[in-house]
Ligand binder design. Sequence first.
Ligand SMILES: [Cu+2]
Length: 238
Amino acid sequence: MAALCLIVLSGCNYNFGMPESVTEQGDAVVETWRFFSLAAAGVGILVWGLILWSVVRYRRRSDELPKQTLYNIPMEILYTTIPLMLVAVLFTVSIRGTQVANARSENPDLTIDVTGFQWQWRFDYRDMDAEVVGQTDTPAEMVVPVGATVRINLTSTDVIHGFWLPEFMIKKDAIPHRVNEFDMTVTAAGTFDSGRCVEYCGLNHDDMIFTVRAVSQAEFDAWAGQMSTAAAEPEDRP
Ligand SMILES: [Cu+2]
């Protein structure tokens, strides 16, 4: 029964209400989460089944004391080894998921220095003359090509901020005097506007929203061309 449920659920690619991820790194997180949920469902169904079976099979029929057993070695070995094996499998799946989610490419296609400050974000395209500085009324927008491995160097100029984009399943701390490096590879074109700071950082913490726009390589090149023209004119940096 439990095995059948697992097969049906995994066949449906059912994600338990989890939002779909649009990054390769986020997919690893979703898959790990999905595996854990299926394992938990399997254990839950087994336990509920055994409880139900015991309740029905061994319900009180008379006042006679049932057969008393002091120990059952095979049973004790079984209920010690199965959970140990399960924990070992979950541990391995966690490690592998984390490795994929945190893997960093030797040659990222694009590097963006992301800096959180009170109270917005700066996206500095290191390899190009492009910089996006968010303002309170115009939140920062990051433009990336779909399928490109984007290296993010995340830091902060003042207090700890948190870089979070729910659709990407990526959430990292921006810590002063420290650079948090990670890769993100967006797999679908679109405008993802639910980026936000997720570490309470002061009164205007809620102003720290941002957008990521994933576009084709050609659109990205056009955008980058426009940005470097604009950068020729001096502007104030916060
Ligand atoms: Cu913040």
